[in-house]
Design a protein around this ligand. Structure first.
Ligand code: ZN
Ligand code: ZN
Length: 357
């Protein structure tokens, strides 16, 4: 596992002409090494992979990170890393500039005299955009737990239920069904509150005639899942049916169009153009989706401001168009999908036809 990731990392290092990199970001550390402890530093060169950690973790690190040489520094990490640089003749050290604090950087600068420090922000994240078979399996499981939570909570979604009670129960179910916990705080927003794209579950009581939006996801094996469903409590009126129908069609078009070779912006446009055509473009104020992995929001960014990243097999993204009408309510429908060789495959599989509860 860790070996093939290291091979890809070394290729990326060679491309950027970096001799060695220091990895301190926990998600990148576990991705590259397999080591899940709370403290550790990776130093990776073209030929060596070193993991520095303290006595609490040396046994665990040896078991979890077989591709790494485990080092227990007798001194501070800064000093030990300086020693390793001189031992290995390193003249340049890449570091995660988007993560390292100013204080840490200053300290490295003074202990690593003669070693050039170079920010390699995004290098490991670039690899993490592509999920390997093992990650896909874990993410499928995270999504399956999320689907099952939905199946089990639905009978309890009715007039008189309190948003917060439902959200708490869903979070309990995520753990009960095998998840590590939640990927993010569960969103449950009913009635007029459903126009809040990220409406935290409140004390509001669900009423007859409410649209109710749930956005939630289990965390499993260190990976996130993400799904949104909007349901109707009681018979929908014409407007509720119309808005639901537009969002559903936009979402289905996004899933049908999503394939390798298109850019993140192009995928966004598939959903957005349809909503614009129906006259609600200004009520869809967020991007169509985002990458998912160890973080709930990762690259690529599927939105009008996307970087033009070309979608490729192995990427996992969400497709989540929505329409939000302040003072009235809103609808969002979201799936997490895996880009395959010729299209995409949904990881979240709960039904999407309008549910009238
Ligand atoms: Zn979501
Ligand atoms: Zn999302």
């Amino acid at each position: 596992m860790a070996n093939s990731r290291l091979t890809k990392l070394r290729a990326a290092m060679a491309q950027r002409h970096v001799d060695a990199i220091l990895v301190t970001k926990p998600e990148n550390r576990v991705y590259l090494s397999g080591f899940t402890g709370s403290a550790g530093w990776l130093v990776i060169t073209p030929n060596e992979a070193l993991l520095l950690t303290d006595f609490r973790y040396t046994e665990q690190a040896t078991a979890q990170a077989p591709a790494f040489t485990i080092i227990k520094p007798e001194t501070t990490a800064h000093v030990k890393i300086a020693e390793l640089c001189s031992q290995h003749g390193l003249k340049m050290l890449g570091f995660e500039g988007d993560y390292m604090t100013m204080d840490d950087y200053t300290q490295y600068q003074s202990t690593l005299a003669g070693v050039e420090l170079l920010s390699i922000s995004g290098m490991v994240e670039g690899l993490r955009m592509f999920k390997d078979a093992e990650e896909v399996e874990i993410m499928s499981r995270a999504a399956a737990i999320t689907d099952e939570v939905w199946r089990q909570i639905l009978p309890k979604v009715k007039a008189g239920a309190v948003e917060r009670d439902l959200a708490v129960e869903m979070e309990y179910l995520m753990k009960k069904l095998g998840g590590d916990g939640v990927a993010f705080d569960t969103i449950c927003a009913s009635g007029v509150r459903s126009s809040l794209p990220h409406g935290r579950a409140s004390e509001k009581v669900i009423e007859q005639g409410d649209l109710v939006t749930f956005d939630f996801g289990a965390m499993y094996g260190g990976y996130c899942s993400d799904m949104t469903r909007t349901v109707m409590v009681g018979e929908p009126n014409e407007k509720q049916r119309e808005i639901y129908g537009i969002v559903l069609e936009a979402q289905l078009r996004g899933v049908a169009a999503c394939k390798p070779g298109m850019t993140d912006k192009e995928l966004d446009a598939v959903c957005r153009d349809y909503i614009v055509e129906k006259g609600y473009g200004d009520k869809f104020g967020h991007g169509t989706g985002h990458g998912v992995g160890r973080f709930i929001h990762e690259g690529p960014r599927v939105g009008p401001l996307g970087k033009g990243v070309v979608l490729q097999p192995g990427m996992v993204v969400t497709i989540e168009p929505g329409i939000y009408l302040p003072g009235w309510g809103g609808v969002r429908i979201e799936d997490t999908v895996l880009i395959t060789e010729d299209g995409c495959r949904r990881l979240t599989n709960s039904p999407k036809d309008l549910l009238i509860l």
